[in-house]
Design a protein around this ligand. Structure first.
Ligand SMILES: [Fe+2]
Length: 212
């Protein structure tokens, strides 16, 4: 079988995350999935210029938001404006989106089971609430990878200590929707290093016991 002519590009951008009256410095992973002609951006964080450079002269099919926390969406409107690409967000995170962008709504809703296709490669939307109500992951079987946003990291679940988060809900999402993927699936996260489903799955009970 010929491998798909699709590649995953990766940027790390820096900025802040604000919620519940606090602000924190953060580095975010920005992922681009595509070929030489067309591409999706997953999480337009912090730096529209850097992301537009990585898109280059390719057609940007859409700006996928894994969730509505402001560090993952702060550059989305600027990137949409300069490329004409639509912004895609699960409707349950519009409450978070509006805190950062009250005057500019997302363009299209994401729903569980939606399939986005780029250069013949399928990205399946997997609704994984818990870190936020409208958090989604993007599963690309042909690339043996899942883009996990802030739902699953190397070493455990995303944070659930702030508003609109739920620890039991994120555990349910991880158990039912992510740890059921093939163990070799590479997990490309919203912050920090990548991991694999098979490396994280044995630790689920530890996370439940520690409560985060
Ligand atoms: Fe987040």
């Amino acid at each position: 079988m010929t491998p798909p002519p699709v590649r995953v590009d990766h940027l790390v951008t820096s900025g802040t995350f604000s919620l519940d009256g606090g602000t924190w410095e953060v580095d975010n992973n920005v992922w681009l999935v595509g070929d030489d002609h067309e591409v999706y951006v997953i999480d337009a964080a912090h730096d529209a210029d850097a992301i537009a450079d990585a898109v280059g002269d390719r057609r940007l099919l859409g700006i996928i938001c894994t969730h509505g926390h402001d560090d993952h969406i702060d550059a989305a409107p600027a990137l949409a404006e300069r490329t004409g690409a639509p912004i895609l967000l699960h409707p349950e995170d519009e409450v978070l989106w509006r805190m950062r962008h009250p005057d500019r709504a997302p363009d299209k809703p994401l729903a569980d089971g939606d399939v986005l296709t780029v250069a013949g490669t399928r990205l399946r939307v997997v609704h994984t609430p818990g870190h936020s109500p409208g958090a989604v992951c993007l599963y690309a079987p042909a690339l043996t990878t899942v883009f996990s946003g802030d739902t699953l990291f190397q070493g455990g679940p995303g944070a659930t200590g702030r508003s609109y988060s739920s620890f039991p809900t994120i555990i349910e999402s991880i158990r039912e929707r992510l740890l059921t993927l093939p163990p070799e699936t590479v997990v490309r996260t919203g912050h920090g290093d990548s991991t694999a489903i098979g490396d994280e799955a044995p630790h689920l009970e530890e996370w439940i016991a520690r409560g985060h």
